[in-house]
Write a protein that binds this ligand. Structure first.
Ligand code: PHE
Length: 455
């Protein structure tokens, strides 16, 4: 290790408070996965039955890997590549893979973040008021296929992200997350109250939460694990990178528990904010983009004071997307700062340009390039497939191997208990799960998600 590297390590910033760290990590976790994926897949996979399976997945696999990744990151005290490869250089490969994947993820996540700004503006200027579903669908279609306009909003969204990253860990990420996350929660509660008190909301609550075990199949379990991974930002380097800025004295197990609880609560509440409203207006919930950008606006358009609730919703959506995007950009920015002489500001700008260029194919896939398909997938879906189905499970698996098979057990124990300073009663349970159970489950999930194994 040369001197400059030493210097960077000594001057490394740290989160100022535990609260700030948890808000940042929860900010990374709470995102589109909670808002447009969770409510819908819950409804499709048997409502309450799925919720039960999901809760088991998130506590057994999600929390386990979240702790694993935080421990790897904090122990490394550097970027994600260094963290995975600290005792065995070969494991730098999953480090690189996660950095590439999270950058690809950011390139299309940004686009959706930009959509929320556009929709917010449309809402407050009254352009969505009183439209029926077909009209909102037309608004959506016209907007997303107008690539230069989408590019403009993508750039605005990314610029906000870049500014936060330039400000750094405490003044940027920690400060923004500590303000945004509690506000996001308040906005969500307002939306839930509005939604469940609408006449006819009951049907939506039933569709969402009533257990229907007949819909549970093998693929339900895979969907639950996949969702647990995505929603906790696992296999992406985000958790490892954030934890590398956490003081050695803080308890990782309790930070993990808080994150998992907040994320799960927000996912469940997001369903309650969206689905009862959708059913109250007699529409059936669409999936993904359709649910948030077509169905919901038409529901808001017909609701008394709908404009206000719609505006609240898109601010909520923007906040959730922003704090997740920040954590994605920080992964590569940290890597550049640690490994080159480039400073934070330049690194953030360079990476933003990379992200924008990478985002051109998914952006155009809603416009002129909509006919392009690779492996039977459109460009947007192809990006998502690579990140969610291939890279994330592989990196998750690598994390479990690193911490239980590469590291000495004592090292792992020291890191997760802050050298004995914090209590971690479940250490043995966690260790054995990570060592034996989780890798097998992840291999299974990977094989099914990629279609190699059919169930
Ligand atoms: N957890 C985020 C969500 O639910 C997505 C994410 C993945 C964020 C990976 C950071 C890293 O939307």
């Amino acid at each position: 290790m040369n001197n400059t590297e030493f210097e960077t390590k000594d001057n490394r910033e740290q989160f100022k408070s535990r609260f700030g760290f948890i808000m940042a990590v929860a900010g990374s976790a709470v995102g589109l996965g909670n808002i447009w994926r969770f409510p819908y897949i819950t409804g499709v996979h048997g409502g309450g039955a799925f919720v039960i399976i999901y809760l088991v997945s998130i506590f057994i696999i999600g929390a386990t890997i979240a702790l694993t990744e935080m421990a790897i990151g904090r122990h490394g005290g550097s970027d994600v590549v260094e963290a995975y490869g600290q005792y065995d250089k070969r494991f730098k490969i999953p480090g690189y893979l996660s950095m590439i994947a999270v950058t690809v993820l950011l390139s299309f996540y940004n686009i959706i973040g930009g959509w929320s700004i556009y929709y917010f503006i449309q809402t407050i200027s009254g352009k969505l008021t009183g439209l029926d579903a077909a009209q909102v669908e037309a608004v959506f279609g016209n907007f997303v296929s107008n690539s230069p306009q989408v590019a403009l909003f993508t750039i605005i969204f990314l610029a906000v992200n870049t500014i936060v990253i330039i400000k750094g860990i405490t003044e940027g990420i920690e400060k923004v997350s500590s303000i945004v996350m509690p506000s996001l929660f308040v906005l969500l509660i307002i939306l839930v109250i509005r939604s469940v008190t609408l006449p006819g909301a009951k049907e939506g609550i039933i569709w969402y939460l009533k257990p229907d075990f007949s819909k549970v199949t093998g693929s339900t379990f895979v969907a639950a694990v996949g969702q647990a991974f995505f929603t906790l930002s696992l296999g992406s380097g985000a958790m490892a990178t954030y934890a590398s800025y956490l003081s050695k004295d803080e308890s990782l197990p309790s930070a993990t528990a808080s994150t998992v609880i907040i994320d799960t609560l927000v996912a469940l509440l997001a369903g309650l904010a969206i689905l009862p409203a959708v059913f109250a207006f007699g529409v059936s919930p669409g999936e993904g983009p359709g649910l948030v950008f077509v169905t919901l606006p038409s529901v808001f358009g017909q609701m008394p004071f709908g404009t206000i609730f719609s505006a609240i919703f898109f601010v909520f959506f923007f906040f959730a997307a922003l704090t997740s995007s920040i954590s994605m950009l920080e992964v590569s920015v940290t890597y550049i700062i640690e490994n080159t002489n480039i400073d934070r500001k330049k690194a953030a700008i360079i990476m933003s340009i990379v992200v924008l260029l990478l985002g051109i194919p998914p952006l155009m896939s809603f416009g002129n390039w909509s006919h392009i398909e690779i492996f039977g997938l459109g460009l947007f879906d192809l990006y998502d497939y690579f990140v969610s189905n291939i890279s994330m499970p592989l990196v998750g698996l690598a994390g479990a191997i690193v911490i239980c098979w590469v590291w000495d057990k004592e090292v792992t124990k020291d890191e997760t208990t802050s050298s004995g300073k914090v209590e971690f009663k479940l250490f043995d349970v966690w260790y054995n799960l990570t060592k034996y159970v989780v890798p097998i489950l992840l291999i299974f999930v990977f094989l099914t998600a990629t279609g190699i194994l059919r169930i």
